[in-house]
Write a protein that binds this ligand. Structure first.
Ligand SMILES: [Zn+2]
Ligand SMILES: [Zn+2]
Length: 271
């Protein structure tokens, strides 16, 4: 038995208050992690507010967690006590469906989000299935970019589409996600930042990427990029001028990409 001390909200839009819960016996495929750091992602706020209608209360946020393994279930593998690991959006999956067995376990229909129906990392300890506890290098420092949720969301499409330094990427929305896409030294891509606020675009100038900021206030600004981009990375969920944005690609190579589902989808002819 294990009592975990956490911060929890007991209903939508309520304050986080100290909360203790009895975590029970550690599952055979679980590990328990002593939390060192836990990021705050916008999805934590969305779940706190029940924006998606599937929140479970008490709600303990935190799905960008760094910590050390302090207990291992009997069937856990590949991790040692004291090892530093990270927990992202998912804490467990079925490990036997087609998605899990093909390396796409983040798409498992039974995937358990770390903060929905499971207690997250705003706590002294958090649990996860052992293979969702991702080994973190011992020389990791907080100065490095977090990749456990927002970071991996923008890393995944750049990796999936094998983007090279000679290619040009447009990043729409220079918030938490877009800013990381532009500032990751791993990317080094030539890019265009597209946002509604010029102040955010200025934040990308001088970053690793050869960036050129465009305000999306006018369609003309986006149209000036017509046919010039190899990838368009959209990080916002607001109404956009899709016709102008899609025209930034060469027309014979148009795909829709969802960052959370990094696969190519041919563009429907109806758009
Ligand atoms: Zn997140
Ligand atoms: Zn599965």
């Amino acid at each position: 038995m294990s009592v975990i001390h956490a911060w929890a909200a007991h209903g939508p839009k309520q304050d986080l208050v100290p909360y203790e819960y009895e975590a029970g016996e550690l599952g055979p495929d679980e590990v328990e992690i002593a939390v060192e750091y836990s990021g705050l992602c916008h999805s934590d706020i969305s779940v706190l507010n029940n924006d998606w209608g599937n929140s479970v209360y008490p709600f303990v946020p935190g799905h960008e967690v760094i910590g050390r393994v302090v207990a291992r279930g009997a069937d856990s593998k590949g991790l040692t006590l004291g090892q530093r690991v990270g927990i992202g959006w998912t804490a467990a999956s079925c490990m036997h469906c087609q998605q899990c067995l093909s390396g796409n376990q983040h798409l498992c229909a039974e995937a358990l989000p770390t903060i929905i129906g499971h207690y997250g990392g705003f706590a002294d300890r958090v649990r996860a299935q052992w293979d969702w506890a991702i080994p973190i290098p011992e020389d990791w420092t907080r100065a490095r970019w977090p990749l456990l949720c927002g970071g991996v969301t923008v890393f995944s499409p750049l990796y999936t589409f094998d983007i090279r330094p000679t290619q040009r990427v447009g990043v729409v929305g220079i918030g938490g996600l877009g800013h990381m896409a532009f500032n990751s030294p791993m990317l080094g891509v030539r890019g265009h930042s597209i946002d509604f606020e010029r102040s955010k675009i200025r934040g990308c100038e001088g970053a690793w990427s050869t960036s050129c900021g465009l305000s999306a206030e006018t369609a003309d600004a986006i149209q000036s990029l017509a046919g010039s981009l190899d990838l368009l990375l959209v990080t916002v969920n607001v109404s956009l001028d899709w016709s102008a944005l899609i025209a930034t690609w060469p027309l014979e190579d148009v795909y829709i990409l969802s960052a959370s589902c990094p696969r190519r989808f041919p563009l429907p002819s109806s758009i």
